[in-house]
Design a protein around this ligand. Structure first.
Ligand code: ZN
Length: 195
């Protein structure tokens, strides 16, 4: 298992037909995931296209993650939690200032994605909205959004199948309210097959 330390991130390649397993090692920890096509980094994960084509905000086993060019990037093959978010953007320095009234110098998810994706020639402004693994976002009947502690428990996993050659950015989220008030690590593993 590869470990992403609390409030940090990683970036790596994932080939077509490989599987990515993401594990909440301690419980109640969010992991933001962004995707780019290896062939052309102009093609990337799109929240809008995914919600449009999947016709749900409750993405889980059986759903696809789509690109800005309307291609399927990933398929969710396993999900212990069935509570993830694709509405909200990765946390940034400004998130801490605007939402928390805090000038923490801690690296945000956007910083951690940016620092790790640089290796692949991807700039900060090219980073799209993420698939926020284990993030518990509730929308009420009036459309009001609430960020609640994750429903994930220790060792809960989600598994994705790559449908094209991908560059993956992944974090252990740095926003206090998204993670039940504390910061934990995230585990991930690349698998050649999934039972
Ligand atoms: Zn975050």
């Amino acid at each position: 298992m590869n470990i992403i330390q609390p409030r940090s991130g990683a970036a790596f390649t994932l080939q077509k037909n490989q599987y990515l397993l993401v594990e909440d090692l301690k419980g109640m920890q969010v992991s933001d995931m962004v995707l780019f096509s290896q062939n052309d980094i102009g093609e990337k994960l799109s929240s809008g296209k995914t919600l449009d084509f999947e016709e749900t905000i409750n993405l889980t086993t059986g759903n696809h993650l789509w690109s800005n060019r309307s291609n399927k990037l990933m398929y969710i093959v396993h999900d212990d939690v069935s509570s993830h978010d694709m509405l909200l953007a990765p946390c940034s320095k400004e998130t801490f200032e605007i939402m928390y009234d805090s000038h923490e110098t801690t690296h945000s998810c956007l910083d951690n994605l940016n620092n790790n994706l640089k290796t692949f020639g991807i700039e900060r402004d090219q980073i799209p909205g993420a698939f926020n693994i284990f993030m518990n976002v509730q929308v009420d009947a009036e459309g009001k959004i609430a960020v609640l502690p994750p429903k994930s428990k220790a060792n809960d996993t989600i598994v994705f199948k790559a449908l094209t050659d991908l560059i993956v950015g992944l974090t252990a989220c740095s926003a206090k309210d998204s993670n039940g008030g504390s910061f934990k690590p995230i585990g991930y593993k690349i698998l050649e097959s999934w039972a």
